[in-house]
Design a protein around this ligand. Structure first.
Ligand code: 4NP
Length: 152
């Protein structure tokens, strides 16, 4: 079993997009039995009184344009107890990597990765929160997910 946790700052744009795109890719490859797929935030900003925010509307919209639904996904915060429950923590940018290491107090089993490291162009996923460009983020995330799936 491959247990994959995608991580970004808010869990309302990039990591839910990765979760939903990757799950669809895994399903289409007929490999759903091999994976547990989830996503979470390094910040608790989008979880109020235990209730997580929905996926940010423009992210939801770009997913829908590609035939995918973000229905039901709510933001959750990553916590230290998640470390043993997943095999890989796949981060959207280098700031996420630093935050994830802080939450886990290190990375003793070498589980933290960057999504774009699974492509021919490593670096940060284009952050639509700042660029406003959800199509570019979708393309980055899609490529990263393709690379991740073929690596597993
Ligand atoms: P995400 O996007 O980390 O891809 O979910 C962001 C969401 C919220 C904020 C920044 C990025 N924020 O500053 O509130």
């Amino acid at each position: 079993m491959n247990r994959i946790m995608f991580v970004c700052l808010g869990n309302i744009c990039r990591s839910p997009m990765a979760e939903i795109i990757f799950r669809d890719m895994v399903n289409k490859a007929g490999r759903s039995d091999e994976f547990v797929i989830s996503s979470s935030a390094t910040s608790g900003e989008n979880v109020i009184n235990g209730v997580g925010a929905s996926v940010y509307y423009p992210a939801k919209k770009i997913l829908e344009e590609h035939g995918l639904s973000a229905q039901g996904k709510r933001a959750v915060k990553l916590n230290a107890a998640d470390y043993d429950d997943y095999d890989l923590f796949v981060c959207m940018d280098s700031g996420n990597v630093r935050s994830v290491r802080r939450i886990f107090g290190g990375d003793k089993d070498d589980k933290i990765r960057m999504l774009m490291d699974f492509t021919s162009r490593p670096g940060d996923v284009s952050d639509p929160w700042y660029t406003g460009n959800f199509q570019t983020a979708y393309k980055d995330i899609y490529e990263g997910c393709e690379g991740l799936l073929s690596a597993l």
